[in-house]
Design a protein around this ligand. Structure first.
Ligand code: SF4
Length: 159
């Protein structure tokens, strides 16, 4: 009656607020199931892939290029590694590393391939690999310590 929230809801709100203020690691960096859930959303809704970027994956790049109305060769140039949603600041990389240290090995086929090549996707909220992409790709990334300083308070530009 007094409008009190369930403890779990309070904790979730607190975590979100800390994430917003940059005080806490994003939940998906330390929680395998949330990371997998969010990665699956990126796969289902935005064709995140390809599973193994070291292969030619022509079918995959044709699909992506159709969405972007360019050629597969052009599409291949737009990857998580240069997406404006791809965060590779020291803080995020520390969060990813501490999640892995805690046993977040997430050893499925996707994860084995992406080892050592990770950042955090702030659109889909999961750990993504720099050589992959998705149809939500945005020009202007990645977000690093340097770019964060330069564009504090700014959107991650299209210039
Ligand atoms: S939004 Fe960007 S960083 Fe996130 S999965 Fe898509 S291409 Fe990668």
């Amino acid at each position: 009656m007094s409008g009190l929230l369930e403890p779990s809801v309070k904790i979730e709100i607190e975590i979100q607020s800390q994430e917003k203020n940059g005080e806490a690691c994003p939940v998906a960096t330390g929680d395998v199931s949330i990371n997998l859930e969010n990665r699956q959303k990126a796969i289902d809704k935005a064709n995140y892939g390809p599973m193994n970027p070291n292969e030619s994956n022509m079918d995959y790049w044709r699909q992506i290029s159709k969405v972007w109305r360019n050629s597969p060769e052009q599409a291949k140039k737009s990857r998580c590694g240069n997406c404006a949603a791809f965060i590779q600041t020291t803080k995020i990389l520390d969060c990813i590393e501490s999640g892995l240290d805690k046993g977040d090995t997430e050893q499925d086929a996707w994860a084995v391939i992406e080892a050592g090549d990770l950042g955090y996707c702030e659109i889909w909220d999961f750990k993504c690999a720099s050589k992959r992409t998705c149809t939500a790709w945005v020009t202007g990334g990645p977000i690093t310590d340097d770019s964060e300083q330069i564009s504090q308070g700014d959107t991650y530009g299209n210039d």
